[in-house]
Design a protein around this ligand. Structure first.
Ligand code: C2E
Ligand code: CA
Ligand code: CA
Length: 593
């Protein structure tokens, strides 16, 4: 329990009147073995406008009654037979629900030691017996105001004034029985500002706070029941909004008739909070993601509903959908698989579970293998074979891609240097690189040291980066790529055509090679083929001085097509699937043979 003196001056709190209504309504518990004393106190206080009393004269019953009534303040006599005021204070401190209830001690003793002991046990204030009426009223007001202030600090976010998570949970606990009674459902949403740390970094904390405040106002206005439900709204619908952490808000709305209504609210929040917010004369944009769980379909417990909404949020953050996601049971299975992958990846290198495979890069004109793309494989002891499309994103998110990427680079360069020597031609090796490797590690130093260690010349190495990766945060990446180019290696843009890069922007990147995505090649055989698009991509690349690789060539027809389009190189099952070192050596031997 906090001492009154430690709180911000209660006088000030009283004058701003914020807690005035609370004071009159406060539930006051009076504990004194002399019924006459409690009667006198009650009479005094009634005159001061208090009306909510619980009186106890059998002190052994005090704690039980206190637990049941949960008063706002206790006036406690110290000297009582059987169970003393000290005993009650001691027990209150040990009960988590009672320890925040302030106690004012009534004592006829003037003994400083007695007072000190009571203070140590958490007493808030003292009143000398016989009690002076105006003194009593004053102490009581201050104590109640301080309690209310403390309650506010504990339960409400200072910046937005919204409920904090614990209060939110309590509110939903209270609301769900009504919703159940109305045979409706309710949606719990977790709403996250995705770019909060960037905003704080670029604008500073104060402006960041302004933005959060503006965001919270928008969120509240979007989620007014009348706004959400339109004509369907009736007075029964409740909406609770809470700030549960720095960049996360929680929201509960119900009773709802359909999930559609929740989806409508989510879309509205995303649209409204996506509009610019003016901070310091500058238009700021926030990106919002939302996870939604449903009562009672997904869960009936508040805590489970919140955790399901969190799970759905994680999926919404990863997905490329509309920015919100409803919880589905499969998500938990998927989440635990992802968790298992996260853990497994940490030890994959040392447990020898990773493997490099190589897929030939072939000269379209003469069918000669001129090099290979290194492609990683993970055969996990616990999870079995996991395709790279599944685990690479996990490795990227956890940062494990940095050591794993360095490992692949080293293995692949080692093999390529060996093949160069053995077969005596300029072997071109391509290695996939994730953007996290460029951002989080000193890629230049890693590449230099691997080249030196393996003896592979820089011009034999091509790093493949996907179009989407380089276009996100393009300016910074242009610089990073120039740094790498200075080593002497080549840069390839992978999965080209799947992203949304502006073609003219492309020429600002120091690129040597463009890989036409497999999805375009797949379509080539159809009547309504993608041939004109591929033709345009190839000629654009050639104009910009790049060579072109067609990915995923499986048939002779496709090969003829891209030959016709003047692609220089291809990869695909037509020549070979990705294979292990030994099998690749056999392919090269056969070619020389
Ligand atoms: P990617 O870089 O576009 O690799 C080409 C993918 O197409 C490979 O899948 C390859 O096996 C597959 N493929 C090649 N030819 C054909 C074909 O003719 N038909 C069909 N249907 N598929 C073909 P894989 O090995 O499963 O790799 C998937 C993706 O995982 C890669 O796409 C790449 O983005 C990522 N990846 C693989 N290894 C690494 C790595 O070492 N580092 C990083 N950062 N990413 C990697
Ligand atoms: Ca690739
Ligand atoms: Ca590709």
């Amino acid at each position: 329990m906090q001492n009154a003196a430690q709180l911000d001056s209660p006088e000030k709190l009283e004058t701003d009147g914020r807690y005035e209504p609370l004071i009159g309504n406060a539930k006051i518990m009076l504990v004194d073995d002399e019924p006459l004393n409690t009667e006198v106190l009650q009479t005094y206080l009634s005159g001061e406008g208090y009306s909510n009393f619980v009186t106890v004269s059998e002190s052994q019953e005090a704690l039980e009654i206190m637990r049941r009534e949960l008063p706002d303040v206790v006036l406690l006599d110290l000297m009582m037979p059987v169970v003393s005021g000290f005993d009650i204070l001691t027990a209150m401190r040990e009960d988590h629900r009672l320890k925040t209830i302030p106690a004012i001690i009534l004592t006829s003793s003037d003994d400083a030691d007695t007072k000190l002991s009571a203070l140590k046990l958490g007493a808030m204030d003292f009143l000398a017996k016989p009690v002076d009426a105006s003194e009593l009223a004053l102490r009581l007001r201050n104590t109640i105001a301080a309690k209310a202030y403390q309650h506010h600090l504990i339960n409400f976010d200072q910046l937005t004034g919204l409920a904090k998570q614990e209060l939110f949970v309590d509110n939903i606990h209270a609301a769900l029985p009504h919703i159940q009674y109305a045979e409706g459902s309710a949606a719990v949403m977790i709403v996250r500002i995705e770019n909060m740390s960037q905003i704080n970094n670029s604008l500073g904390r104060d402006h960041g706070n302004e933005l959060i405040l503006a965001f919270s106002r928008k969120l509240q206005s979007c989620s007014q029941p009348a706004e959400v439900l339109g004509n369907d709204s009736n007075g029964n619908v409740q909406c609770h909004v809470s700030r549960i952490s720095g960049d996360k808000f929680a929201l509960m709305i119900g009773p709802l008739a359909t999930a559609q209504q929740a989806a409508r609210l989510a879309r509205r929040v995303i649209i409204e909070t996506g509009k610019p917010i003016k901070i310091d004369g500058q238009a700021m944009f926030t990106t919002t993601r939302i996870g939604i769980s449903f009562f009672p379909d997904d869960a009936t417990q508040v805590e489970t509903l919140i955790s399901h909404a969190e799970t759905a949020l994680q999926h919404a953050r990863r997905g490329s959908g509309e920015g919100y996601m409803f919880y589905a049971d499969e998500m938990n299975a998927e989440s635990s698989r992802i968790l298992a992958m996260e853990n497994g990846l940490r030890t994959a290198i040392e447990k020898n579970e990773l493997l490099v495979t190589f897929q030939p890069k072939v000269n379209v004109a003469n069918g000669q293998i001129i090099g290979a793309e290194a492609l990683i494989r993970w055969i996990s002891e616990d999870l079995g074979f996991i395709p790279p499309d599944e685990f690479i994103p996990v490795a990227e998110r956890t940062g494990m891609i940095v050591p794993i990427g360095a490992w692949i680079l080293e293995q692949a360069c080692h093999a390529a240097a060996h093949w160069r020597q053995q077969f005596g031609f300029e072997f071109l090796l391509a290695v996939n690189v994730s953007i996290r490797q460029l951002i989080d590690s000193d890629m230049e130093a890693t590449v230099k040291s691997v080249l030196k260690q393996t003896g592979l010349p820089a011009e034999c190495l091509t790093l493949e980066l996907t179009e989407n990766m380089v276009m996100e945060n393009a300016e910074a990446n242009i610089e990073r790529l120039h740094g790498l180019k200075n080593i002497g290696l080549k840069i390839s843009i992978d999965d080209f055509g799947t992203g949304y890069s502006s073609l003219s922007y492309l020429q600002r990147f120091p690129l040597d090679e463009l890989k036409v995505d497999r999805s375009f090649i797949n379509e080539l055989e159809d009547e309504t083929s993608e041939a004109p698009i591929v033709r345009a991509m190839v000629s654009l690349a050639h104009d910009l001085g790049m060579r072109v690789v067609a990915e995923g060539i499986e048939t002779q027809v496709q090969l003829d097509y891209i030959k016709d389009l003047d692609c220089e190189l291809y990869q695909g099952y037509l020549c070979s699937k990705p294979v292990v070192i030994k099998a690749f050596t056999d392919l090269l031997s056969a070619q020389q043979g």
